[in-house]
Design a protein around this ligand. Structure first.
Ligand code: SF4
Ligand code: SF4
Length: 207
């Protein structure tokens, strides 16, 4: 899957606001642009994420928000909802925007990596090194959590579930598998030809 696209769509379509309403987020229209959400957003302190601006773009039906990399910087802590005087579900709106963005092929590379890790290990952030295992044991926890990390066979079940919702296609896992098969075929081809060349070189002195 390619990186985020930064080109902007600037037409007023109105369809985005409709999508949000269909998703049950009617409160978006109640936003009064007070900025409490932006002022209390921990991610906004470190990135350009402006929740107030994102809500306004949804209200105006500006599809460009689906191409905005800032929607991927939300940590889903829900502080914005807690502080909003109009109870606008900002976090849920951002999650919905991400869903729509992924359907258009836009996903932050970090989230692509997390999705691949989830598919391959059952964890977005696998505990796969000794340091974390020791830290867990220090806190009197089993080295590996009682999840797919301790039950590798469960990964097959997780992949069946993810495939049933086309998750693998959305995050580009199928493409990756096909590329791997192609790469393996190329390696096989090269290996066979190297053996043939070696055989020719070996018989050359006798010709
Ligand atoms: S806190 Fe609520 S009302 Fe204020 S800008 Fe954010 S979403 Fe809108
Ligand atoms: S849920 Fe996301 S947008 Fe809302 S305050 Fe937390 S990081 Fe910011």
């Amino acid at each position: 899957m390619s990186d985020l696209r930064y080109d902007k769509i600037t037409n007023f379509s109105g369809s985005l606001a409709e999508e949000m309403k269909k998703a049950g987020l009617k409160e978006i229209n109640a936003c009064i642009q007070c900025g409490n959400c932006s002022g209390s957003c921990p991610s906004g302190r470190r990135t350009a994420l402006s929740t107030r601006a994102i809500i306004r773009k949804i209200q105006l039906g500006l599809d460009e928000v689906l191409y905005d990399k800032d929607i991927w910087y939300c940590s889903t802590c829900y502080t914005c909802l807690e502080r909003c005087p109009r109870k606008v579900p900002v976090t849920d709106a951002i999650i919905q925007l991400r869903n729509l963005a992924v359907q258009k092929g836009n996903m932050h590379p970090t989230h692509v990596s997390l999705s691949h890790a989830l598919y391959n290990t059952g964890h977005g952030v696998p505990i796969d090194n000794e340091k974390w295992e020791k830290l867990r044991e220090f806190h009197e926890l089993p080295a590996k959590p009682p999840t797919a990390q301790s039950n590798p066979n469960a990964v097959d079940d997780i992949q069946i579930l993810l495939k049933s919702s086309q998750f693998d296609e959305l995050v580009g896992i199928i493409e990756e598998d096909e590329q791997a098969i192609e790469y393996e075929n190329e390696l096989d081809y090269l290996a066979k030809n190297v053996i043939n060349i070696q055989a020719i070189v070996e018989v050359l002195p006798f010709l």
